[in-house]
Design a protein around this ligand. Structure first.
Ligand code: LMR
Ligand code: SF4
Length: 514
């Protein structure tokens, strides 16, 4: 088993940087569905370009490299204690090499362990089997889409759909609702794994397990296959679209499993995975630990050169979109001119700030003057070189709604004019944007290589004690594009899409599976 640690390192690097072929095919199919020139089509073009860049740079597709979760099948007699140690070592090395972001945070102290090791991380499940090879599968599922997982306890009353009973049709309603409630916040278009039955814990595990099935896998249970087909077809009629911008592609895959339950319980659990659906696997020699075979790499790989040409074509046909170039410090007048749908190109400085920073700024001074500045909701992957200089390795936006309790107050307190994030924010922020003269800009979630490329220099960092993802990084950017989705005139694309998708959800109220 000399090679086992090296094989695990390769599995991690490959999973973080190279999307599996079935996922690539699903994204390419979605792209073909979106109308050229729409916001959704442009976002999908950015996503496909990003996938190609990650592959080429061998850098994380998305900056949130998630909770590394290993599912290991071992022949009887193989030493699992040694395997665990080797996986830890591989995780630590991949983190050092910036293939994984340090993502393991002490829940009580908030301290980031810095190496992705800590209580409960990474997740490793072992199972023995009769075969004479080792099978290791890895999923890197990010926190934003993890937050959109949902568990239903039947019977339930569901918004838009009414009563969901303890039967197949009730399950159908839960799944449709789960896609609606995710909106664009889990970086749609997404994939869902569904677990029916079990207890609360095993139900969620079953849901996550479904994410190890390939997108084109056929369910052995005919009824569940019918339900998978139904959801795959109809969830796209909700019109949520890529990033929640509205559009044709909302869900790219649905896999459902069922297990027995207690007479009193009936859980339906949904694991929502963003488009950055990073899961791969390897078959290993049980003696040496060498990789014998890669899993999820069958079939044709999407031709990214072709995709790049399509990006150019889509950008051309989107010629009517208004583009505004901004450089901080930004004035209130400049902000008041912006409307939902405008594309803003940012040059100059922006400063990252996410959960810990927003919480901190409520009752502390800012480390720098933020008047007229731009805040980027982002927890990047960073590398420090031998000269002590920082470099950005991946830097897409994080889900903004978590800052809803603070955002408006902080913008007013410090004179911040623009915030960039993804998934949109709520009524409190929208009101503050109107009162103060602020704007919310939506960047494409998961496009971490695409945005890292726009960052020309790291000018400094404050509050690094919060850990790399949570620190305030001062970044000089060039040509950083984002879309106005909430303006200072009370308009919110997110509120509009939520409302229209809820109306569309109601058309699925009548029973389908009797
Ligand atoms: O933590 C992050 O960088 C992003 C997160 O995965 C999110 O989707 O909000
Ligand atoms: S930012 Fe988006 S793409 Fe990245 S892990 Fe979070 S949900 Fe997934």
């Amino acid at each position: 088993m000399k090679k086992f640690e090296e094989s695990m390192y390769q599995l991690i690097v490959e999973t973080s940087t190279n999307l599996p072929n079935d996922v690539r095919r699903a994204i390419a199919k979605a792209k073909a569905k979106e109308n050229a020139g729409t916001r959704a089509a442009l976002s999908l073009s950015t996503i496909t370009e990003n996938i190609g860049m990650a592959d080429e740079n061998v850098s994380p597709i998305c900056q949130d490299t998630g909770m590394p979760t290993f599912e290991v099948k071992v022949p009887v007699g193989v030493n699992q204690i040694e395997m665990k140690k080797a996986i830890y070592a591989a995780v630590e090395r991949a983190t050092k090499d910036t293939k994984l972001r340090p993502n393991s945070v002490d829940s009580l102290t908030g301290k980031n362990s810095g190496n992705n090791l800590g209580e409960g991380t990474p997740v490793i499940h072992f199972e023995q089997w009769e075969k004479d090879v080792i099978d290791v599968r890895l999923i890197l599922k990010g926190g934003g889409c993890e937050n959109k997982n949902i568990q239903y306890s039947l019977p339930a009353e569901l918004e838009g759909l009414g009563r969901a009973g303890r039967d197949l049709d009730g399950i159908r309603k839960c799944i449709m609702h789960s896609v609606y409630q995710a909106q664009g916040q889990g970086c749609s278009a997404g994939f869902i794994g569904v677990g029916i039955g079990g207890d609360r814990t095993t139900s969620y595990s079953l849901a996550k397990e479904q994410l190890f099935r390939t997108v084109d896998d056929v369910n052995e249970n005919e009824e569940l296959q019918k339900l998978e087909d139904y959801v795959s077809e109809n969830a796209n009629k909700l019109g949520i679209g890529t990033m929640g911008f509205g559009g044709e592609a909302t869900l790219l895959g649905c896999k459902i499993g069922a297990m027995n339950r207690l007479p009193a319980s009936f859980f339906v659990s949904v694991a929502y995975n963003c488009w950055a659906y990073r899961r791969l696997g390897v078959i290993l020699d049980q003696e040496t630990g060498d990789i014998k075979e890669w899993l999820y790499k069958d079939g044709e790989k999407v031709d990214l050169n072709k995709v790049e040409q399509e990006v150019a074509a889509a950008e051309e046909s989107a010629g009517e979109v208004r583009e505004v170039v901004l450089e901080a410090p930004i004035t209130e007048e400049q902000i008041r001119e912006l409307k939902v749908g405008d594309v803003v190109i940012i040059n100059g400085m922006m400063h990252t700030g996410r959960d810990a920073i927003h919480h901190h700024l409520m009752d502390h001074d800012a480390p720098i003057d933020l008047n007229g500045q731009v805040i980027y909701h982002c927890g990047p992957v960073m590398m420090k070189d031998d000269q002590g200089e920082w470099h950005v390795k991946a830097a897409g936006p994080t889900t903004s709604i978590r800052e809803e309790p603070y955002q408006g107050d902080i913008m007013k307190k410090f004179g911040i004019r623009a915030v960039i994030g993804k998934g949109g924010m709520g009524p409190k922020t929208l009101k503050a944007l109107g009162e103060h003269g602020g704007v919310y800009l939506n960047a494409i979630g998961g496009a971490a290589q695409y945005y890292a490329d726009c960052i020309k220099k790291v000018k400094g960092v404050d509050l690094l004690e919060f850990g790399i993802p949570e620190a305030m990084w001062h970044l000089e950017v060039e040509g950083f594009a984002a879309i106005v989705t909430m303006d200072s005139h009370g308009n919110s694309l997110h509120a509009d899409v939520d409302k229209s998708s809820l109306e569309k959800l109601a058309q699925f109220k009548e029973p389908v599976f009797k």
